[in-house]
Design a protein around this ligand. Structure first.
Ligand SMILES: Cc1cc2nc3c(=O)[nH]c(=O)nc-3n(C[C@H](O)[C@H](O)[C@H](O)COP(=O)(O)O)c2cc1C
Length: 288
């Protein structure tokens, strides 16, 4: 599977056709999940559950941006054992499913939620595991117009219709630094041009979906280490930020690994001083 292509094909889809996703496609997703899906922390046990018709109504008020629930869809919910890094692991794993769904012509959209127990109650889920990710998916409604979310804050989301709209994402320039946070000198030389594996991996990271499209993270290059930095931001809570981080790690390593071999993320702090300002924290690193 070509992660660069899947990542460039993905976007949040919020309007779906009435056609239900066929059982054989759900089986394909499940089969991929059971056998080949990428895990950040393989020791954490997770469970994938599908929910169909009528789920949108049940999730209203429990999931989705304030006052805005996306169209009728199928949903998958990821349940996880309670463990350190279970949310980052969920972001990584669920985004891997989302990317593969683009290969099976399915559009999708992450859904935020505050209270996992409320979700379990709404969907009558009986499980000791925690709800860690919710994703809506289905066949995109074909239209030259697309719902445009003008996201100002969680409680201020204007819904508009625009033609051929794509959410603007961070550029590599604002996201990758060399040696110290904020230092852009030498970055171009270190990551190379558009044909270089490292450039492509950072480009993939820059296309990551994030809560309210805030992308509150960046990277510092330190020799052969790529250090992921989490930025605290006023509108992203801890759970959504951990999902964001899992997602961006998958985008980076999915592409980097295709060209340089397996990439393993080490989760937790980084020992060296990277000149980080108070709202920034090193949360993971990998070696190339
Ligand atoms: C953790 C997380 C939660 C999200 N929650 C919602 C949501 O509840 N409703 C929604 O419409 N989009 C949601 N999104 C999608 C983002 O708004 C979207 O990824 C972002 O605007 C960038 O657009 P793109 O995915 O088309 O690149 C969420 C994304 C993430 C990563």
């Amino acid at each position: 599977m070509d992660y660069s292509a899947m990542i460039q094909n993905r976007k949040s889809v919020r309007e779906f056709q009435d056609t239900k996703v066929p059982e054989c496609t759900l089986d394909k997703i499940k089969q991929y999940y059971d056998s080949d899906s990428k895990k950040l922390v393989p020791s954490i046990h997770t469970e994938l559950r599908f929910f169909g018709c009528g789920t949108r109504e049940k999730l209203m008020g429990a999931a989705g941006y304030h006052d805005f629930m996306i169209g009728n869809a199928d949903y998958f919910i990821l349940l996880s054992d309670n463990a350190d890094f279970m949310i980052e692991n969920a972001g990584f794993l669920a985004e891997d499913l989302i990317l593969h769904m683009t290969e099976w012509n399915l559009g999708s959209c992450w859904l935020t939620f505050e209270d996992g127990e409320k979700i379990k109650k709404a969907l009558a889920i009986e499980s000791d595991k925690c709800v860690v990710a919710i994703v809506a998916f289905g066949f995109e409604k074909k239209s030259s117009k697309r719902i445009y979310l003008n996201i100002k804050s969680m409680s201020k989301i204007d819904i508009d219709i625009k033609r051929g709209y794509y959410s603007p994402h961070l550029g590599i320039n604002g996201m990758v630094f060399s040696g110290k946070w904020g230092n852009q000198a030498g970055v171009d030389e270190e990551i190379g041009d558009m044909d270089s594996p490292l450039w492509q991996a950072f480009y993939a990271a820059s296309l990551s979906p994030s809560y309210l499209n805030c992308q509150p993270y960046g990277f510092v290059l330190d020799g052969d280490a790529v250090v992921l930095i989490s930025k605290s931001d006023a509108c992203t809570d801890e759970k959504d930020q951990k999902l964001n981080l899992g997602i961006v790690m998958l985008h980076f390593s999915g592409v980097a690994a295709q060209m340089t071999g397996k990439i393993t993320w080490n989760l937790g702090s980084y020992e060296k001083d990277l000149g980080l300002p108070p709202m920034c924290k090193a949360v993971a690193y990998c070696r190339l």
